[in-house]
Design a protein around this ligand. Structure first.
Ligand code: UDP
Ligand code: MG
Length: 315
């Protein structure tokens, strides 16, 4: 039986390019349906993540033109890419899709890879990762920072798939497992690999954005990276403890040195090293407090158990 497939597309202010994306997705789905690779009731779910432009209007118009093919979920507020994606995946789970494939609204994730993903699912994989085999469309800065991030995550003991963003297929079983994660600090690129299950990778070429501009400016990228690290690893806390022990030992060394130079009569020398110590230690203490604070903020957000998103309308 070909799988009933739901493409889940989070959209934030994507009005300029959404029609182009919808046309392309329609073309790909029709092709796969005609080839009996996916079920005839396969569809596209656009999740409007509280857009401020006319995104929802476009989604509604698409739904009116083809109610079978285009579905829409409107979140009441902008809750961020990960939450919008999660909302869409849970909708796919509850509407009994056999597989859900998440991809960006800007056609950067080549929809041509959907056929390979479904094939990998047919061969027994519950999760199929779309992995980009080029980073030429990225700036050197984004490329460099991305690779540093993967290395850091690996060093901290968190499993992520390098060069994989959120273009992936998840089976009904995998979605059910995902639905048991109740954390409000979502980092799907870390959660999904931790689910287990047989997985596969499909390689694709990542293109340029079809229209509009990136919704991930530098500050969002940095906070997403911090989110990834602090959601999966408590190693930064252990590192701080290590640093604390090290600087205490250094302090004892300096104390001995001071006593020795005092006995030798050199009282004024050492001003420079004193200044350095004050600044370095002050910086270390503040940074350490900051890291501890990040975790406390997380605990605070988790204990409140607020809903991750609120659905305003579903079509
Ligand atoms: N997105 C979202 N909510 C946000 C930010 C982004 O749903 O708050 C969506 C966006 O519409 C797109 C996807 O997440 O479909 C990825 O964003 P973008 O393409 O801007 O990121 P980039 O590819 O530049 O990293
Ligand atoms: Mg993009």
């Amino acid at each position: 039986m070909p799988p009933r497939t739901m493409l889940v597309i989070p959209c934030y202010n994507e009005e300029p390019g959404l029609r182009t994306t919808a046309d392309e997705l329609r073309r790909i789905l029709r092709q796969l349906i005609d080839a009996h690779q996916i079920d005839a009731h396969s569809c596209v779910l656009f999740v409007d993540d509280g857009s401020k432009d006319g995104t929802w209007g476009v989604i509604r118009a698409l739904h009116n033109e083809d109610p079978e093919l285009f579905h829409g979920l409107k979140l009441a507020h902008n809750k961020g890419h990960q939450n919008a994606l999660f909302a869409g995946l849970m909708h796919a789970l509850h509407s009994d899709a056999d597989v859900a494939i998440s991809m960006d609204a800007d056609l950067q994730d080549d929809p041509g890879a959907v056929a390979d993903m479904v094939e990998a699912w047919r061969e027994g994989s519950e999760i199929v990762y779309g992995v980009r085999d080029n980073r030429e469309t990225d700036t050197a800065f984004k490329r460099g920072t991305a690779h540093m991030f993967y290395a850091l995550m690996k060093g901290l003991g968190t499993e992520t798939v390098p060069d994989h963003a959120d273009y992936r297929l998840m089976s009904h079983t995998a979605l059910e497992a995902l639905s048991q994660y109740h954390e409000s600090n979502l980092f799907l690129r870390g959660i999904v690999p931790s689910l287990g299950f047989p997985t596969a990778k499909v390689y694709y070429k990542r293109g340029e954005r079809v229209a509009g501009e990136s919704k991930y400016p530098l500050h969002k990228m940095v906070s997403f990276a911090v989110q990834g690290i602090t959601s999966f690893s408590t190693k930064p806390l252990s590192i701080i403890t290590g640093l604390g022990v090290m600087s205490t030992l250094t302090g004892i060394g300096i104390l001995i040195y001071t006593i020795v130079s005092l006995c030798a009569g050199n009282v004024v020398s050492g001003w420079a090293s004193l200044m350095c110590s004050v600044w370095i230690l002050g910086g270390l203490i503040l940074a350490a407090l900051g890291v501890v604070g990040e975790y406390i903020a997380k605990i605070y957000l988790e204990v409140k158990q607020r809903p991750r998103y609120i659905v305003q309308e579903s079509i």
